[in-house]
Design a protein around this ligand. Structure first.
Ligand SMILES: Cc1cc2nc3c(=O)[nH]c(=O)nc-3n(C[C@H](O)[C@H](O)[C@H](O)COP(=O)(O)OP(=O)(O)OC[C@H]3O[C@@H](n4cnc5c(N)ncnc54)[C@H](O)[C@@H]3O)c2cc1C
Length: 464
């Protein structure tokens, strides 16, 4: 079969891929092909679900007040990763995030003032008007104007790589197999968060009960092939971003509206009706990303957030209504929990609550004393009917295992040398910056910054 020939092949159709394709086209490269596994209405991977990117700014921007300087951004990153980050690459991403705001605008993206809600990010994150879908629509419109060819439902299944050089790829399209070759390739095909078999290999049987918050197309096939063909791995395969989401969410693509933000207002019990972690440890934006893992550690990977009537309307509700009941016993029945166990946990909790001044905007003095697991802030008795519950399960956002890159986004091979004509951007290399933990909005920063660099490097390779 004759392979179609291009200057640059871009694998993936999200933020990183489109930033790369557009950047290369703007440098004059003409024959660029984007292969996107998803159909048009589901294009754009996890980027489709996003709302913002974390943006350094040394002066106020039109939609972002005050400033967010490099050092503060860096300190924030250092805190969440515990130092597991490549400082050179991380600082480069931080510095270049400043220009990314204007760059996105030049591609047709529009911004809006930060949305309110439980995660307050107005100074640190730039919110796109219309969310990730609008951002992608702008990218795809620009790509079309620049003559970039996009093939949907095109799943890359094989890559021909020898001695750090890419020769071509095989992809399937509606049951047929096609071959394509190019002078340079951009890998921007995400992590392996959609692939439950792979997740189970890393996390064990509990992974069966995980949900994937985003696209079902990030199966990790390109990542697997790159690692098998000599790309140097980076990141721990068991690390990723995992939040507690409504257990009724679909297996994939539930998106942002399935996140449960009620934890700080009540208690969380496991299927035995027992509490297992301090629900009031810190402000929710600093803690929401640990609850996926906490629930993953519980029997059958399920938890139940329990609040009473006085908390209703105080937090952003998920898309599913809470399960309500007039008594705790009735609620336990609806949740299939042992009523006596739930009653005893709540009674014990209520007795341990010390009176204080409840204020969700500060680390208040409402706490419990004398429990095995105390609640250190926002502890109020759970006694005012009706009682409500949100069942929660671990929702994987994205995984951190990736390929090592340098400051030109070139993939580093196991011999330590950069690949001749292969670059990577986005989730597939995010582990270079995120060894563990997560900083809200940095996923899209990594995608856009390294996407642009990858596109520029691919263009340079084509011209040489
Ligand atoms: C619900 C949710 C909300 C989020 N909110 C935010 C936010 O507000 N801000 C933020 O910074 N981050 C957020 N994130 C994280 C963010 O989505 C990712 O960090 C970012 O989208 C990664 O971009 P990417 O281009 O690398 O990957 P993706 O956008 O996931 O794109 C990967 C692409 O590769 C394609 N693909 C995969 N395999 C193949 C193959 N074999 N052949 C061809 N194509 C393939 C996929 O179809 C997809 O188009 C959120 C994630 C989720 C799930």
């Amino acid at each position: 079969m004759e392979a179609a020939n291009y200057d640059i092949l871009v694998i993936g159709g999200g933020n990183a891929a489109m930033a790369a394709a557009i950047s290369a086209a703007r440098l004059g490269v003409q024959r660029i092909l984007v292969l996107e596994a998803a159909p048009p209405h589901l294009r754009g991977g996890n980027s489709r679900h996003t709302r913002n990117f974390r943006c350094m700014h040394t002066t106020p921007l039109e939609t972002m007040p005050e400033t967010y300087p490099e050092e503060e951004y860096w300190e924030d990153l250092l805190r969440v990763t515990g130092g597991q980050t490549n400082e050179q690459l991380a600082r480069m991403a931080i510095r270049k995030s400043e220009g990314t705001y204007e760059w996105m605008k030049a591609q047709g993206v529009r911004f809006q003032p930060a949305l309110g809600g439980t995660l307050q990010l107005s100074r640190t994150a730039a919110f796109y008007l219309g969310g990730g879908k609008a951002l992608l629509n702008a990218y795809y419109r620009t790509a079309q104007k620049l003559g970039i060819e996009v093939k949907y439902e095109a799943v890359v299944t094989e890559v021909d790589i020898k001695d750090g050089r890419f020769n071509g790829a095989t992809y399937t399209y509606k049951g047929d197999t096609h071959k394509v070759s190019s002078r340079s390739v951009v890998f921007a095909a995400g992590g392996f968060e959609s692939n439950f078999e792979w997740l189970e290999k890393e996390w064990g049987p509990p992974a069966k009960n995980f949900l994937c918050r985003g696209t079902k197309y990030n199966m990790g096939a390109c990542l697997r092939m790159l690692l098998d063909k000599g790309a140097k791995a980076i990141g721990d395969p068991t690390q990723g971003h995992m939040v507690a989401i409504d257990a009724r969410a679909p297996k994939w693509d539930g998106g942002i509206s399935t996140r449960v933000d009620a934890v700080s207002f009540g208690i969380v019990v496991n299927k035995n009706g027992q509490r297992f972690y301090d629900e009031g440890e810190d402000f929710w934006p600093k803690r929401y990303a640990i609850w996926g893992r906490l629930v993953a550690g519980q029997p059958d990977q399920i938890g139940f957030v329990i609040v009473d009537n006085k908390s209703v309307g105080r937090f952003m509700p998920p898309v599913f209504p809470p399960i309500g009941a007039k008594s705790l016993e009735e609620l336990a029945g609806k949740l299939e929990l042992d009523p006596a166990a739930l009653r005893s946990t709540v009674d014990e909790f209520n007795k341990a609550v010390k009176p204080g001044t409840f204020d969700i905007t500060v680390l208040d003095d409402c706490h419990t004393e004398g429990l095995k697991v105390n609640k250190t802030h926002w502890a109020r008795t759970i006694e005012e009917p009706p009682f409500y519950s949100y069942p929660v399960r671990p929702g994987v956002t994205f995984t951190y295992l990736g390929v090592t890159v340098n400051d030109k986004s070139q993939i580093i091979m196991n011999d330590g040398k950069p690949a001749t004509n292969m670059v990577a951007a986005g989730e597939i290399m995010a582990g270079n910056v995120l060894g563990k933990g997560y900083l809200a909005g940095i996923g899209m920063t990594i995608g856009a910054v390294f996407g642009r660099i990858a596109g520029e490097e691919a263009a340079r390779q084509v011209k040489n």
